[in-house]
Design a protein around this ligand. Structure first.
Ligand SMILES: Cc1cc2nc3c(=O)[nH]c(=O)nc-3n(C[C@H](O)[C@H](O)[C@H](O)COP(=O)(O)OP(=O)(O)OC[C@H]3O[C@@H](n4cnc5c(N)ncnc54)[C@H](O)[C@@H]3O)c2cc1C
Length: 403
């Protein structure tokens, strides 16, 4: 039954909001919880438009939240999928250096993986690479056995099912339009007002706006980066056995276009990282004046643009030119051709940007009285979602008055 007063209100039914809800209903079963989602189903944005990879934790700076929550989160995700019969596979992956200049960065990834406690990492040469991925070409590679794949939309549905089975409320098709704090917190929505003692903002691409709606200054702006995929045609999907990644450019929080075998068996290639002109803009032509305008007036945007204009233009070029996209993929699998790839889906990443023009690297959770704003949870947040939920609830339980 929908009531109007709750102990905790969560804004956003993506994998992070749902994982926080799951943890609250597990730890504090007496609290009345309401989760509000503007779409007609949960998991419709980043959480349902990603690569489906259970990341191992090899990439992230030792000691960072990303590193800690990804390594333990990956194990928890595999266990959750096993327990709830969600299709998944720990298939491992290779990160491939195709130029000598990439060797130091590949070694740095190995160091990070070791420091983050990953086991079974192996540095290999071209012959061993071909034993694992017969069509991959590279000078050296790092084998990461703990990487897996799953279906995060199915994970979201299962999180939601458990929350509602515990008697708590998820309202879809309910957009949060205003937040007022008079003692209690009043949340205005497209389906009426609700009040709560505390609020957790997990609104993904709109988390900075929700923070501002609540009267806070998020200090960052969410920049949408669209990631576009091509699908390998089924007759050529045998070119890739599991996951083949390039060595990422350390200047960006993205992993570079790669080949991913999906849990359904198909293989896709991507995603690139193109600045989107609309926060939930899945098509190249999508445009929203407010979204673009808020980017252009944010000082950090121009600082980021000045630093990264060249790589930004390369990404735009790859977005509009299939041959350029294919060339990037051929570095990893030379046999792949233009005719083997058909346009696939896309996703839009929420990436926080500071006023100084820096892309925020680590996860960022910002408390404000009886509220908490989850302001930066890019990849590997789907992998780490259970641990993100646990961490937020453990660290913020007192501030939010959950105990
Ligand atoms: C292309 C791409 C590939 C990725 N690949 C991987 C991967 O392989 N592995 C991995 O671990 N991670 C990956 N990620 C990252 C991962 O998907 C995200 O980090 C994660 O899904 C973030 O979850 P979220 O709940 O914060 O955001 P979302 O899933 O975007 O959820 C936020 C929700 O808030 C809702 N909302 C917003 N405003 C309002 C409002 N006013 N009222 C009510 N509801 C509102 C939205 O509708 C949305 O459902 C990828 C992301 C992308 C985009």
């Amino acid at each position: 039954m929908v009531e109007s007063r709750y102990n905790v209100i969560i804004v956003g039914g993506g994998i992070v909001g749902l994982a926080v809800g799951l943890e609250i209903t597990q730890r504090f079963p007496r609290l009345r919880l309401l989760l509000l989602e503007k779409e007609h189903r949960v998991g419709r944005h980043q959480s349902g438009h990603n690569s489906g990879v259970i990341h191992s934790g090899v990439y992230y700076k030792p000691g960072s939240l990303k590193a800690k929550l990804c390594v333990t989160g990956a194990a928890a995700m595999v266990e959750f999928c096993r327990e709830h019969a969600i299709p998944h596979q720990v298939c491992g992956k290779v990160i491939v250096a195709t130029h000598e200049e990439e060797f130091p960065r590949l070694e740095e990834l190995r160091r990070r993986g070791d420091a983050n406690g990953l086991t079974g990492l192996q540095s290999i040469g071209p012959e061993e690479l071909r034993e694992i991925e017969p069509n991959a070409s590279g000078l050296r590679a790092l084998v990461v056995p703990a990487t897996g794949i799953t279906d995060y939309a199915a994970v979201c549905d299962k999180y939601a099912e458990i929350i509602t089975a515990r008697g708590e409320t998820i309202l879809t098709s309910t957009e949060v339009t205003g937040i007022k704090r008079y003692g209690e917190i009043t949340v205005e929505t497209s389906r009426g007002a609700f009040s709560g003692k505390s609020l957790i903002n997990c609104a993904g691409l709109f988390s900075d706006r929700i923070s501002r709606m609540a009267g806070d200054d998020p200090q960052v702006m969410i920049v949408p980066f669209r990631g576009e995929y091509y699908d390998l045609i089924p007759e050529r999907s045998s070119l890739v056995r599991s996951l083949i990644y390039p060595v990422p450019d350390p200047r960006f929080p993205f992993l570079g276009v790669h080949f991913t075998r999906r849990i359904s068996g198909s293989v896709d290639a991507g995603p690139n990282a193109v600045l989107a002109f609309r926060r939930e803009g899945y098509k190249r032509t999508d445009f929203n004046l407010r979204d673009l305008g808020s980017s252009l007036i944010f000082p950090g945007f121009w600082r980021m643009a000045a630093k990264n204009w060249r790589s930004g233009l390369d990404e735009f070029h790859r977005s509009f030119s299939k041959p350029a996209f294919v060339r990037a993929l051929q570095r990893l699998v030379p046999e792949v051709g233009d005719e083997d790839l058909v346009p696939g889906g896309s996703g839009v990443r929420a990436q926080a940007l500071t006023r100084e023009g820096a892309l925020v690297d680590d996860f960022q959770f910002v408390p404000s009285g009886r509220m908490l704003h989850v302001l930066n949870v890019p990849s590997p947040a789907a992998t780490a979602s259970l641990l993100i939920g646990r961490t937020i609830v453990s660290t913020a339980a007192d501030g939010l008055g959950l105990r």
